[in-house]
Design a protein around this ligand. Sequence first.
Ligand SMILES: NC(=O)c1ccc[n+]([C@@H]2O[C@H](COP(=O)([O-])OP(=O)(O)OC[C@H]3O[C@@H](n4cnc5c(N)ncnc54)[C@H](O)[C@@H]3O)[C@@H](O)[C@H]2O)c1
Ligand SMILES: O=P(O)(O)OC[C@H](O)CO
Length: 341
Amino acid sequence: MSKVAVLGSGSWGTALSIVLADNGHDVRLWGRSQKQAEEINQHHYNNQYLTDVKLPSSIVAYTDLEASLHDADTILLVVPTKAMRDVLGELRNYLDRPLPFIHASKGIEPGTHFRISEIIEEEVPQHLRSSVAVISGPSHAEEVALRQPTTITSSSLNPEAAKYVQDLFMTNHFRVYTNPDLIGVEIGGALKNIIAIGAGMTNGLGFGDNAKAALMTRGLAEIARLGLKLGASPLTFAGLSGLGDLIVTCTSVHSRNWRAGNMLGKGKSIDEVLNEMGMVVEGIRTTKAAYELAKKEKVEMPITNVLYDVLFHDKSTKEAVSELMGRVKKHEVEDLKIDPL
Ligand SMILES: NC(=O)c1ccc[n+]([C@@H]2O[C@H](COP(=O)([O-])OP(=O)(O)OC[C@H]3O[C@@H](n4cnc5c(N)ncnc54)[C@H](O)[C@@H]3O)[C@@H](O)[C@H]2O)c1
Ligand SMILES: O=P(O)(O)OC[C@H](O)CO
C-alpha cells in the first residue's frame, strides 16, 4: 500500500482521495484552509466541495505542505493549473528523494503553452522525480465521490509509471486504462473545457441539442487538429480523455465550464460568472493558451478563436454564433486533416 500526498483539497483532490483510500492507501490531503482541514480530520467531511459525502478516516488533512510530504511515496497534484508552479516551487524544497509525480489537473499554461507534465518537468529537478504521469477522463468529482462507475486513462512517457497509476487507483467502480500518448491525453483533457464553455453558452442563448452536437463535433475536430500538430495520436481523441471527457463536460450539470458558459449565454459578465461559481473554471485560461498556441502553430481553431473574443474582448455571444455559422463553406472530412497513422 502507498502513502500518497494529494496536493489540492478541492472537489477533485477530495474525490480522488476517496478512491485511493478505498484502495487501502494512506492519504495525506493538503490544502490551504485550516478550517477545512479541521472539518476533515474531526468530522470526515469536506462540505465546501463535496456536500454530505463522508470521507474514509484514512484520509488525513494537512495545511503544512512539508508535513504532508514527510513520508509520502507518491505525489498526486490536483491544484488548478494556475497554482501548479507555486506549489511545485515550494514542494521541491521539502523533497530529498525521487518520487513518482502524478497530476490530475486539466489545463494549458498561457504564455509558455506548457502542458502540466511539462510544468512539472521544468519546476522539479530530475533527481527529485522518478516519473511523471497524468490521470484524465470523463470524471466529475461529485459522481466519483458517490462511487458511481467511472472510467479514466493514465498516461506517461514511462509505461511502467502509467501501469503504477493504473494499479494505484483501480477499484471495482473506478476503472483505469493506460495510454502512452501523453500529449494527446493532456491536450484532450485541457481543451474540452473550452468547448464545454461554448456548449453551455448555446444553452444559455436558448438553443437546443443540434447546436450542442455541432459544437461538440466541430470542437473535437479542432482539438484533434491542434493535438496532431503537437504530435498526439488521432486515436486518443476518440478515447476517454478526448471524446469521453468532451461528452461529460458538455452535457453534465456538474460541469463548472458548462455552467460558466450557460451564465455567459444568459448575459452575465465574466466577473459575475466567476463570483457566482466559487470554483475553478479551467477553460477560461486554457482558451487564452489554446488561442495563442493555435496562432503559433498555424492551426485553424474557429470555435476557440470566437470564444477567446467573447471571454477576453467583450464579443457578444450572439455575434460569436453568427460568426461561426457564417464562415466560408468547408468540406467536413478534408477539414479534419487527420493523416493516416
Ligand atoms: N472537479 C472535477 O470533477 C474535476 C475532474 C477532473 C479534473 N479536474 C481538474 O482538477 C483540478 C482541480 O479542480 P477542482 O475541481 O478540485 O477545483 P476546485 O475549485 O473544486 O478546488 C480547487 C482547490 O485548489 C485550491 N487552490 C487554489 N489555488 C491554490 C494555490 N495557489 N495553492 C494551493 N491550493 C490552491 C483551492 O483552495 C481549492 O481547494 C482542475 O485542473 C480541474 O480541471 C476536476
Ligand atoms: O467541472 P468541469 O467543467 O471543470 O469538468 C470536470 C472534469 O474535467 C470532467 O471530466
